[in-house]
Design a protein around this ligand. Structure first.
Ligand code: COA
Length: 201
């Protein structure tokens, strides 16, 4: 398995996965190309035997305190083996490098799998956008992560579980050391911020 930064050359493979992962609300190739080319974006892909099996994107405008998880998708056959968490971790590590404080995302109210992933990393619901996803008429749950808290929990978890980290299949975040599953505590603080950018996940 190889995890690497995406480029515009990955557009066709990403779009193939995009269409199967989001059959009713896939982005157009033009929108995806713009995402991949944007200096404010950062996309990663994961490949197995030379085939792209996942991608994920962050939008973090240089100097801004907020960032957005734009998307994340793993090919159906490759799910349930830590790839999704590894890509999300890679995005959050990049957000840390860009000195972001808060990371936002929107997730479909009818997507408990993705919600579980985000909750387990410490994202907390901060609002709802009624009927955000069209044409399906599904609400968006807006979630926020306190990134500095996330980093602190990771550092703590790494201190406490360093020997196991090297064996983990979840240690392939880009630019990261071998990492542990951070298992953070869910945030319970009250938040009034709203998401910025064109969240879509
Ligand atoms: C959401 C998605 C990216 C997760 O990718 P994945 O590689 O299967 O996820 P992982 O194996 O890394 O699992 C991470 C966590 O997700 C959650 N999860 C994964 N599969 C799950 C399932 N079938 N049921 C409930 N939760 C699940 C769990 O919290 C899991 O942690 P755990 O394994 O420690 O219990 C993948 O299901 C996907 O691509 N779905 C279609 C596209 C999509 O919905 N994208 C999200 C848009 S917001």
């Amino acid at each position: 398995m190889v995890t690497r930064t995406a480029t515009v050359d990955d557009l066709d493979a990403i779009m193939a996965l995009e269409r199967t992962s989001f059959p009713t609300d896939a982005w157009s190739p033009a929108m995806m190309r713009e995402e991949l080319a944007s200096p404010h974006g950062w996309y990663v892909v994961v490949e197995e035997t030379g085939r792209l099996v996942g991608y994920a994107g962050l939008r973090a405008v240089r100097g801004a305190r907020d960032a957005d998880i734009q998307t994340i998708a793993i090919a159906e056959a490759a799910r349930g083996r830590g790839r999704g968490r590894a890509l999300l971790t890679a995005l959050l590590e990049e957000a840390v490098r860009r000195e972001v404080h808060d990371v936002f995302l929107e997730v479909r109210a009818d997507n408990p799998t993705a919600q579980e992933l985000y909750l387990s990393e410490g994202f907390a619901e901060v609002g709802r956008r009624p009927r955000y996803y069209q044409p399906d008429d599904v609400d968006a749950i807006v979630m926020r992560l306190d990134l500095r808290g996330w980093s602190a929990r990771r550092a703590e978890a790494a201190d406490g579980a360093a020997p196991r980290a090297a064996e983990s299949d979840r240690s392939h975040g880009i630019g990261s050391e071998a990492s542990t599953d951070p298992r953070p505590v869910h945030s319970s603080e009250s938040v009034t911020s709203s998401a910025s950018g064109k969240g879509w996940c």
